[in-house]
Design a protein around this ligand. Structure first.
Ligand code: PAF
Length: 285
């Protein structure tokens, strides 16, 4: 059994790199949970998974400007560092890494990472440059924290596929672990952005999960045609006039390319707008 230590909050890149060197030198496996903060039960489930597998757990909190486009919610993204630190303490995190933007992108920073193809579809189509920002910050965080394993939520399905491809293509020495989506009791996938929803939007939002669950039931009853399954989701979403569906697709779980039939490993992915809020969810079939 590897020994635990008192939780540290680290702000500088140099100190974080040093702490990681010490953890590795002491023989500990480093589990890493990258986040943008405003932690909820979904993040805590990533910490729990890391805690179970690894001798030490590092969680980063960094609202990454590079993954927000013009007119997106960078300025209003919810933040609560003191509350997050307390949640990390309760969840038995060893190190919270909470750098400022100038630490992560110092003056003269010029290198970006693009995972071609899969970054351009689905969320990438309506958020150009988003996955370039994610791939860049994740690569940089991996190089600073040097984790053995990194934990990501399945709710951001496309992100997990992009990061797995990044790790494979660049031969990064880290195992990417995907952890199942944590949902509110009524089925809404947990997300920091749920805090944007008005009470009426929050009530309407349950229809997202219901629509995905209806497609899953249809699949379980033997239906495999992509058009029928996605139409079922769209129909269910249309019961709620507040929704504007951005995409609903049945895709291959590894390539994210559309499939015609739900025979292999595939996932229904969707993005909807509910007022000013953009929500994503998915359901493996
Ligand atoms: O999923 C998120 O919160 C972010 O995209 C991540 C992986 C922390 C990169 O900024």
């Amino acid at each position: 059994m590897e020994g635990r230590c008192i939780m540290r909050v680290v702000k500088s890149v140099a100190e974080m790199a040093e702490v990681s060197r010490e953890l590795r030198a002491s023989g500990k496996t480093v589990g890493f949970v990258p986040t943008m903060g405003y932690l909820h039960a979904g993040h805590i489930s990533l910490v729990k998974a890391a805690r179970k597998d690894c001798g030490s757990v590092v969680l980063s909190i960094f609202v990454n400007p590079a993954q927000f486009g013009q007119g997106e919610d960078l300025g209003t993204y919810p933040r609560n560092l003191a509350g997050d630190v307390e949640k990390c303490r309760m969840a038995d995190v060893d190190v919270v890494f909470a750098p400022e933007a100038a630490e992560m992108y110092p003056a003269g920073y010029a290198t970006y990472v693009t995972v071609e193809g899969i970054s351009d579809r689905l969320c990438g189509a309506s958020r150009p440059g988003h996955f370039r920002g994610v791939a860049t910050v994740v690569t940089r965080l991996f190089n600073i924290v040097r984790p053995h394993r990194a934990y990501f939520g399945q709710k951001d399905f496309q992100q997990t596929v992009v990061i797995k491809r990044l790790v494979r293509d660049l031969m990064l020495d880290v195992e990417v672990v995907t952890v199942p989506t944590v949902r509110e009791p009524d089925g809404l996938a947990m997300s920091s952005r749920n805090s944007y929803l008005s009470p009426a939007e929050r009530m309407a939002s349950v229809q997202i999960y219901r629509s995905l669950a209806s497609a899953r039931s249809l699949r379980e009853s033997g239906e495999t045609r992509a058009g029928v399954l996605t139409q079922k989701v769209r129909e269910n979403l249309s019961h709620e006039p507040m929704f504007k569906a951005e995409y609903v697709e049945l895709v291959d779980a590894d390539t994210l390319l559309p499939v015609q039939s739900a025979d292999g490993r595939c996932v229904i992915v969707l993005a909807v707008r509910l007022g000013r809020t953009r929500l994503i969810d998915n359901m493996p079939l």
